[in-house]
Design a protein around this ligand. Sequence first.
Ligand SMILES: *[C@@H]1O[C@H](CO)[C@@H](O)[C@H](O)[C@H]1NC(C)=O
Ligand SMILES: *[C@@H]1O[C@H](CO)[C@@H](O)[C@H](O)[C@H]1NC(C)=O
Ligand SMILES: *[C@@H]1O[C@H](CO)[C@@H](O)[C@H](O)[C@H]1NC(C)=O
Ligand SMILES: *[C@@H]1O[C@H](CO)[C@@H](O)[C@H](O)[C@H]1NC(C)=O
Ligand SMILES: *[C@@H]1O[C@H](CO)[C@@H](O)[C@H](O)[C@H]1NC(C)=O
Ligand SMILES: *[C@@H]1O[C@H](CO)[C@@H](O)[C@H](O)[C@H]1NC(C)=O
Ligand SMILES: *[C@@H]1O[C@H](CO)[C@@H](O)[C@H](O)[C@H]1NC(C)=O
Ligand SMILES: *[C@@H]1O[C@H](CO)[C@@H](O)[C@H](O)[C@H]1NC(C)=O
Length: 589
Amino acid sequence: MHNTIMSLCTLRLVFFATLTIAQTVFATSYSNPILPGFHPDPSCIRVEEWNNTYFCATSSFNAVPGVPVFASKDLQHFKQIGNVINRESQLPGLSNTNGSTSGIWAPTIRYHDGTFWVVTTLVYDHLAADDKSRWDNILFHTKNPYDESSWSDPVHFEFEGYDTSPFWDNSGKTYIVGGHAWRVQRMIKGWEMDYSTGAIIGGIHDLWAGMGGIAPEAPHLFHRDGWYYLMIAEGGTGLGHEVNFARSKDIWGPYDPDPSNPVLTAANTTNYFQTVGHADIFNDSQGNWWTVALSTRSGPEYKYYPMGRETILTTAKWEEGQFPTFTPVRGVENGPLPRINTDVSGSGYWVGSDDHLNFAPHTSLPSHYVHNRWPDPSAYVISSKERPNTLRLTPSFYNLTGPDARTGTPQTFIGRRQEHIEFTYEVNLDFTSDTDGAEAGITVFLNQGQHFDLGIVSLTDTSAKAAGYTGTGKGGSGVTQYIRLRAITANSTNEGSVDPISRTGIVALPRDARNFVKLSVKGVNHTTYEFKYSTQGSAWITIGYGDSSQVSGGFVGTILGMFATGNGHNVSDPAYFSALSYIGNDKVF
Ligand SMILES: *[C@@H]1O[C@H](CO)[C@@H](O)[C@H](O)[C@H]1NC(C)=O
Ligand SMILES: *[C@@H]1O[C@H](CO)[C@@H](O)[C@H](O)[C@H]1NC(C)=O
Ligand SMILES: *[C@@H]1O[C@H](CO)[C@@H](O)[C@H](O)[C@H]1NC(C)=O
Ligand SMILES: *[C@@H]1O[C@H](CO)[C@@H](O)[C@H](O)[C@H]1NC(C)=O
Ligand SMILES: *[C@@H]1O[C@H](CO)[C@@H](O)[C@H](O)[C@H]1NC(C)=O
Ligand SMILES: *[C@@H]1O[C@H](CO)[C@@H](O)[C@H](O)[C@H]1NC(C)=O
Ligand SMILES: *[C@@H]1O[C@H](CO)[C@@H](O)[C@H](O)[C@H]1NC(C)=O
Ligand SMILES: *[C@@H]1O[C@H](CO)[C@@H](O)[C@H](O)[C@H]1NC(C)=O
């Protein structure tokens, strides 16, 4: 999947309006998050040999392709240059994960001696009783991150835990550190490992139990001035999240904690940027230190945060022989930023940009577009012979609510991350079906149990009545097509039965028309989505509002997408989508 479709770079600078001016000067101020939207658990490096480029990777859970990789030369503009997990043969198990908190957790990206490495974990079901089968730890490598097809197949290794991270000592020996499954034992573990086979050498060592918080995790090991430094997260990934340090002269410990722990946290503050933790640290070519971490723009109320855990950047200091210190995270920060530079190789998507997709012949879906688990590629056709300049989706048997661990056929769903609180997402849809249950439309999708769906659905009067849609049918034995807005929320059944939207958000379409509609969702403010449609070129009509707290929670963030389903029926009628746009309002909050 490569980007051949126009994507406009939205500048995220506070002080400079145009690139032309900005290229010649240093910015002193930048805004967080640097990777807005569902980009949790960041790991970043600077690679001197690659023109001092910064490379980052983030968690993707069930989103496929998985583990997006970003490149930047100025720490302000980040281009998604591909995905580590980009073909089903690399990791077929990503089809069989259970629940929304499963899938790919916490990659660490590192560069050593000409090769890029990513170590991560495929989690089948993090609550399963069987510890052996729920974690699949994996290691990928490439010599060219700008060519995503060059990422290797994974080497699998056995560890009862997650958040695994690689480390090379001065002699070139290779190690892994990881967070042990904390329900069993709270402990950061480490071991020497052969990266070519995944064979553990000399057993697994207990390194540090942390400061006593729940879930010591996200370890990274650094060697500096004769000390081994362990950077970890503790407190869980919610409001109590924090970053802690410890160090030892011996890689196997004992590790002495930094008396200043927690060194970085938003816990017990009223900051808008909460849940700060799961950090990584690196320096620039001038010797300034930087850290990235995840954070949630929720305030301490922690109620409205549909984009979930995003990536922030803050400054650090790391004096010789000392533990590093960190600047608390803010929306606008000052720092000794590198010179503005958007000369980043490769095709790809500038994070925070708008999309305008016309699905022209011979184009493909950009690399920032994702499915939920591995897709059936034949269900997605750009510019089919019968309908150029559209994306043809073939409805899947399963709807977005789907079953838990899916062993059946994939869902038809393709979308991009919501990256702005205020945005407009619009698309045209042409969909007609005589099959009861056939549905196609757009969705604000957090996970299989929390999503807003707006689309065209075909229902017999019997089905409409069974679903509680009274007074809507047209009579007769056939189906009626409706515009329907529905909320599937954590508190509802699959039918969204507790949500008022599902009772009221339904409008019958004219019976004779070929059903061509425009669909829109707007992020009005941080609490509210507005859903609109227009038929046959009429003015926009608001069908309902969604409360963003209904799509907040868990480990993931919202994806704005298109779907087509038979809701448990086999439907072959295609849905044609066209003229897709996503326009974000890049206001700094
Ligand atoms: C470094 O940048 C130069 C100039 O843009 C380019 O020609 C070269 O390929 C780059 N090298 C690497 C390793 O990225
Ligand atoms: C936040 O407050 C709670 C309750 O007083 C306390 O247990 C916790 O240690 C505090 N965390 C930090 C990072 O100050
Ligand atoms: C950056 O950190 C690395 C690792 O500690 C060190 O070897 C290097 O000298 C530092 N670079 C600068 C410019 O300070
Ligand atoms: C999925 O996980 C839940 C919670 O652990 C469990 O109850 C359920 O049986 C699992 N489903 C499958 C198919 O493994
Ligand atoms: C958000 O927008 C909705 C719809 O316009 C409005 O009712 C609500 O008061 C707004 N909320 C905030 C916090 O501004
Ligand atoms: C679900 O219901 C509980 C209890 O009524 C409430 O506290 C919680 O906020 C609800 N969650 C959502 C996502 O609506
Ligand atoms: C989703 O599909 C299942 C069948 O796989 C069906 O039982 C359920 O009613 C559907 N849910 C909705 C909201 O249509
Ligand atoms: C749907 O189609 C699949 C594949 O052709 C078939 O195996 C399945 O039995 C069908 N299901 C229903 C409910 O028609």
